[in-house]
Design a binder for this molecule. Structure first.
Ligand code: PEP
Ligand code: MG
Length: 911
C-alpha cells in the first residue's frame, strides 16, 4: 500500500489501523493531531482539518527539505475536504476559507515549535472577508497577524521588525491597548508589515494562498530542528527522531464581537486537584490574548452568566473528554458567534498535591482502578508532598538573578532557610537559646556533630557524598541537606565561606534546597505539609501496600509466585521507630546501636571502656552502659510491637568515639610549650591510646565483626541488653521480635567464632527471665567476599541484610566519604559512570553480587530473610532491583518510607 502522509480529522480509525495502538497514533499524528482526531470521533465540535504526519516531517528533513512524493497532492485533497465541510473555498474572494498551521509532536513541547495563523488572507480575500463580516478592523488585524507570523516563522524575519511599527503606532495615537486600534490603523499597519516583509526578505508577501500554506507547512517541519526545540528535547529527554506533525485547521475567531470569545481551562484544579473547572476566558479576543495576559481574563465560571447555553455545552464536553481520557484535561476553546469549538485537549500538568488528589478521587469515581491510581503518582511526587518546598517561581527568578551561591549533591530533600553557622555547638546554641533558624555548614560532619545537625533546619557540607555521615543522618531525621559542594571554600577560623567569588559570613541567611542540591543567597518562603493531614496520600499508600502484599506479584527463586517487597525503616531511637510505624513501616531493618554511644551521659563511659587496659575494667564500664542500651531497646521493641526489629551490633572503629589525634597532638604540644603540667600526663596517655588505635585505612580496619572478635565484651553486653529488653517487653504483654545483626562479615569463620557465644547469652537471658520469644541471628552483607560465599554464610546466618553503602564502597574500591567530592561527580559528568552508585545500585556490579548472594544463600537456607538497609533502600530505582532479586524488604529512613511504599507497588505493577 502506498504511504499515506495526510489524515483527515475524521480518519482516526485508519490511523489506528496503521499504527496499531493509541500510543502509536500519537507518535504518527503528534499529540495535538491525535487528540483533534479523537475529539472529532467523539462528536466534539472541532474545526475541520487534517494532520500531516510526523513521518512526513522525518522524510522531509532527511530528503534535504523536500516533500515526499504524493504528499502535496494529499494535502490538496485534504483542503478540498475541508472546503466541503465548511462550505468555504481556499482563496475564494467572496467566501474565503482561512486555516492555521500548527505543530504537534508526540510529546508536548510548549512554545518550542511554530504556528502560522490566518493562512489564505491576501489583499483580495481580505476585501471579501470585510464584505462578509462588515468588520474591517477584525479582518486587517487578522491579515497583519498573518504577514507577521509568515514573515517571522517562514522567512526568519526578526519579530522586533514587526513589533516596532505596532508599538510606534500605539505611542503616536496614545492607545493603551490593542482594542483601541481602529480599522484604518490596522489597514495601514498591514501595509507597513508588507513593506517590512519586502525589506527583510527581498520578496513580496505571497498573495497566493497555496504558496502560503506550503511555506507554513515547511516552516513547521523545519522548526523541529530549531535550536529551542533541540534544547528542550535534550532537557526533557525526548528523542530527536520523532518529528512533528502539522495540523491544518480551519480558522475560527473569538474576536468577532461580544458573542465570541476564547479561553483555556483544566477539568480539575491543577494546583489542588479539586474537582472543579478551572480556567480563564475573554470575550471578543484571540487565544494568544488569554495566554499572554495582555488583558485581564475572567474566571471560566463567569461564562455561565455571560453565555449560559455555550457554557453548559462547554462543561458537558469537558466532562466527556475527561471521562474518555480518564485523565484531567487541559483544553483550549474558541467561541465564534456563540458556537463553541474545541481546539485542543491534552492531559493537564499538575502539582504533586493535585496529582495525588486527582488519582485518588478518580479511583473513587470509578474512572480508573486503584492500580492505575497508584501508577499515576510518582515517588518524586510523594517526596515533594512530605518536605517543605520552596516556591518554584521564586527559585526560577533567583536563578535568573544569579542568586545560586553553590550546588552539591542533593543528599536529603526539602527546603530549609536559616542563618549560617560553622560548628555544631554554635549551631545548637543559636537554635536553642536564640530560637534562630540555623543552617549548619561544615567541611564534613562526624558523630559528635549530631547535636548541631539536629538543631539545624538544613545542613551543607563541602565534602562527602550521598552516603557520608551528614547525608545519612540528615535523611534519617528528614533534615534538608546538601553534601559535597566542592566549590564552597570554608574558612572555619574566619567564620565565612566563599564560592564563585561570593562571601557568606556567619549569621548570613541562605536557603538550602536539598531536593535540587542548590544553595541560594537570602531567604525564600517555604510551605510544609504534614503526613497526617494528607488523607489522600495515606489512602493511596494503603492501596500500594495491598498491591505489593498480594500473592504472586513476582516469582521467587524457587520459581513459585511470591508477594512483593515490604518496607521497613532504619531507626535508632523509639521516636524514629514510632514515626516509621506511623509512616507505614513493617519493621526496623537497621538500628545503628553505636549512635546511642554518642549521647552526653554515655560518651565518657564509652571512652573509659575503650581506654581500659584490662578486660575486667572494660566489663565494669560496659556494666554501666548496659542499662542505657536496654532502655533504648525496650523503647524500640515496644514501639514496634509485633514487628521485627533488627539491631546491629557495634560497627565503627573505636577511634571514632575518642577525640581526634591531630587535636590531641596540638593540645599536648601547646601545654608543653606553655609549661602546663596539670593534666598533661592524662592527655599524653589518651594520645598514646588514640595513636595505638590509629589506622591508615580505618574503614577497612578494626571494625564490625572484627572488633567483636578482638573485643567480645562490647557485643556480649549489647546482646544481653537486647534480650533483657525483649524479655521485659514480652512480660509487659507486647510481642518483641528481635533480630541481632553482625556487621561486616567477610568469612564464615568470623560468624562461627562469635555467633554461638552470643546465642548462648540469648538463651541465658530467656532462662533467667523465664520467657520465650522468637529471635534471629544474621549478618550484613557488605563485603564482596561475603556475597560470593553466601551459601556458606547462610549455614549460620538466619538473615542477610545488604549494607549497600559499604558493599558499593568495597566493590568499586571508592571511598564512600571522599569519592563524590574528588572524582565521582566528574565521572558522571564525563559519562564514565551512568550515575552515582552510592545513590542508585550499580546493577552490573553490586547488583549482580546481590542477586547471586540471595540466590545461593536461599539455596542453602530456603527460609533466609533477605533485605537491604544501605541508603539505596529508599531509592526507587534500587527498589526495582531489590524486587527483581527477590528480597523480602527494603529498609530506609523513616521519612522515605512513604516513597518506598509507592516504589515497591510500582515494582510489583511493573511500572
Ligand atoms: C551500609 O554499609 O550500607 C550500612 C547500612 O552500614 P553503615 O552505613 O552504617 O556503614
Ligand atoms: Mg556498613
Amino acid at each position: 500500500m502506498a504511504e499515506k502522509w495526510v489524515y483527515l480529522f475524521d480518519e482516526v480509525d485508519q490511523a489506528e489501523k496503521k499504527a496499531g495502538s493509541w500510543e502509536e497514533v500519537r507518535a504518527l499524528l503528534g499529540g495535538k493531531g491525535a487528540n483533534l482526531a479523537e475529539m472529532t470521533r467523539l462528536g466534539v465540535p472541532v474545526p475541520p482539518g487534517f494532520t500531516v504526519t510526523t513521518e512526513t516531517c522525518n522524510a522531509y528533513l532527511s530528503a534535504d527539505e523536500t516533500f515526499p512524493e504524493g504528499m502535496w497532492d494529499e494535502v490538496l485533497e485534504g483542503m478540498k475536504d475541508v472546503e466541503k465541510k465548511t462550505s468555504k473555498t481556499f482563496g475564494d474572494v467572496k467566501n474565503p476559507l482561512l486555516v492555521s498551521c500548527r505543530s504537534g509532536a508526540k510529546f508536548s513541547m510548549p512554545g518550542m515549535m511554530d504556528t502560522v495563523l490566518n493562512i489564505g488572507l491576501n489583499d483580495e480575500t481580505a476585501a471579501g472577508m470585510i464584505e462578509l463580516t462588515g468588520d474591517a478592523a477584525f479582518v486587517y488585524d487578522a491579515y497583519r497577524r498573518l504577514v507577521h507570523l509568515y514573515g517571522s516563522v517562514v522567512m526568519d524575519v526578526p519579530d522586533e521588525a514587526f513589533e516596532e511599527p505596532l508599538d510606534l503606532l500605539k505611542e503616536e495615537k496614545g492607545y493603551e491597548s490593542d482594542t483601541e486600534i481602529t480599522a484604518d490603523d490596522w489597514k495601514a499597519l498591514t501595509e507597513t508589515y508588507q513593506k517590512v516583509f519586502k525589506k527583510n526578505t527581498g520578496k513580496d508577501f505571497p498573495q497566493e494562498p497555496i504558496e502560503q500554506l506550503k511555506g507554513a507547512v515547511e516552516a513547521v517541519f523545519r522548526s523541529w530542528n530549531g535550536k529551542r526545540a533541540i534544547d528542550y528535547r535534550n532537557a526533557a529527554k525526548i528523542s530527536h527522531d520523532l518529528g512533528t506533525g502539522v495540523n491544518v485547521v480551519t480558522m475560527v475567531f473569538g474576536n468577532m464581537g461580544d458573542d465570541s470569545g476564547t479561553g483555556v481551562a483544566f477539568t480539575r484544579d491543577p494546583a489542588t486537584g479539586e474537582h472543579v473547572i478551572y480556567g480563564d476566558y475573554l470575550l471578543n479576543a484571540q487565544g494568544e490574548d488569554v495566554v499572554a495576559g495582555i488583558r485581564n481574563t475572567k474566571n471560566i465560571m463567569e461564562l455561565g452568566q455571560e453565555m449560559p447555553e455555550t457554557y453548559k455545552t462547554f462543561i458537558e464536553i469537558s466532562e466527556k473528554l475527561e471521562k474518555h481520557y480518564r485523565e484531567m484535561q487541559d483544553v483550549e476553546f474558541t467561541i465564534e458567534h456563540s458556537k463553541l469549538w474545541m481546539l485542543q485537549t491534552r492531559d493537564g500538568k499538575r502539582t504533586a498535591k493535585a496529582a495525588m488528589k486527582i488519582a485518588v478521587d478518580m479511583a473513587h469515581e470509578g474512572l480508573i482502578t486503584k492500580e492505575e491510581a497508584v501508577k499515576r503518582v510518582s515517588p518524586d511526587q510523594v517526596d515533594a508532598l512530605l518536605h517543605p518546598q520552596f516556591d518554584y517561581e521564586a527559585q526560577e527568578v533567583a536563578r535568573g538573578e544569579g542568586k545560586v551561591f553553590a550546588s552539591g549533591v542533593n543528599a536529603s530533600p526539602g527546603a530549609a532557610v536559616g542563618q549560617v553557622y560553622f560548628d555544631a555547638d554554635t549551631a545548637e546554641a543559636k537554635a536553642k537559646e536564640d530560637g534562630q533558624d540555623v543552617i549548619m555548614v561544615r567541611p564534613f560532619t562526624k558523630p559528635d556533630d549530631v547535636h548541631g545537625m539536629l538543631a539545624s533546619q538544613g545542613i551543607l557540607t563541602s565534602e562527602g557524598g550521598a552516603t557520608s555521615h551528614a547525608a545519612v543522618v540528615a535523611r534519617q531525621f528528614g533534615i534538608p541537606c546538601i553534601v559535597g559542594a566542592g566549590e564552597v571554600k570554608i574558612d572555619l577560623a574566619g567564620r565565612k565561606m566563599t564560592a564563585n567569588g561570593i562571601v557568606v559570613s556567619e549569621g548570613d541567611w541562605v536557603s538550602v534546597d536539598g531536593t535540587t542540591g542548590e544553595v541560594f543567597l537570602g531567604k525564600f518562603p517555604t510551605t510544609t505539609p504534614s503526613f497526617e493531614e494528607q488523607t489522600e496520600l495515606a489512602e493511596l499508600l494503603s492501596w500500594a501496600d495491598d498491591i505489593a502484599g498480594r500473592d504472586g506479584v513476582r516469582t521467587g527463586p524457587d520459581g513459585f509466585p511470591t508477594k512483593g517487597l515490604q518496607v521497613w525503616a532504619n531507626a535508632d531511637y523509639p521516636a524514629d521507630a514510632e514515626r516509621a510505624r506511623q509512616y507505614g513501616a513493617k519493621g526496623i531493618g537497621l538500628c545503628r546501636t553505636e549512635h546511642m554511644f554518642f549521647e552526653q551521659e554515655r560518651l565518657p563511659i564509652v571512652q573509659h571502656m575503650i581506654l581500659s587496659d584490662s578486660s575486667e575494667e572494660r566489663t565494669k564500664a560496659l556494666d554501666k552502659l548496659l542499662p542505657f542500651q536496654r532502655s533504648d531497646f525496650e523503647g524500640l521493641f515496644a514501639a514496634m510491637d509485633g514487628l521485627p526489629v533488627i539491631v546491629r551490633l557495634i560497627d565503627p572503629p573505636l577511634h571514632e568515639f575518642l577525640p581526634s589525634m591531630e587535636e590531641l597532638i596540638a593540645e599536648v604540644a601547646t601545654m608543653k610549650a606553655k609549661g602546663e603540667t596539670d593534666g598533661l600526663a592524662e592527655k599524653e596517655e589518651l594520645l598514646g591510646k588514640v595513636q595505638s588505635l590509629h589506622e591508615s585505612n580505618p574503614m577497612m580496619g578494626l571494625r564490625g565483626v572484627r572488633l567483636s572478635i578482638v573485643m567480645p565484651e562490647i557485643v556480649e553486653m549489647q546482646v544481653r541488653a537486647i534480650f533483657e529488653a525483649a524479655a521485659d517487653v514480652k512480660l509487659s504483654g507486647k510481642e518483641p521480635h528481635p533480630e541481632v545483626m553482625i556487621p561486616l562479615t567477610g568469612h564464615i569463620n568470623e560468624l562461627t567464632a562469635i555467633q554461638p557465644r552470643l546465642e548462648e547469652i540469648a538463651n541465658e537471658v530467656m532462662e533467667e527471665k523465664k520467657v520465650e520469644f522468637v529471635y534471629k541471628f544474621g549478618t550484613m552483607i557488605e563485603i564482596p567476599r561475603a556475597a560470593l560465599t553466601s551459601a556458606e554464610i547462610a549455614t549460620v546466618a538466619e538473615f542477610f541484610s545488604f549494607g549497600t553503602n559499604d558493599l558499593t564502597q568495597m566493590t568499586f574500591g571508592y571511598s564512600r566519604d571522599d569519592a563524590e567530592r574528588n572524582f565521582l561527580l566528574e565521572y558522571i559528568e564525563q559519562g564514565i559512570l551512568p550515575g552515582n552508585p552510592f545513590q542508585s545500585i550499580d546493577e552490573d556490579g553490586v547488583g549482580r553480587l546481590m542477586e547471586l548472594c540471595t540466590l545461593e544463600g536461599r539455596e542453602e537456607r530456603p527460609s533466609l530473610e533477605v533485605g537491604i538497609c544501605g541508603e539505596h533502600g529508599g531509592d526507587p530505582a534500587s527498589i526495582q532491583l531489590c524486587h527483581k532479586y527477590g528480597l523480602n524488604y527494603v529498609s530506609c529512613s523513616p521519612f522515605r518510607v512513604p516513597i518506598a511504599r509507592l516504589a515497591v507497588a510500582h515494582a510489583a505493577l511493573g511500572v
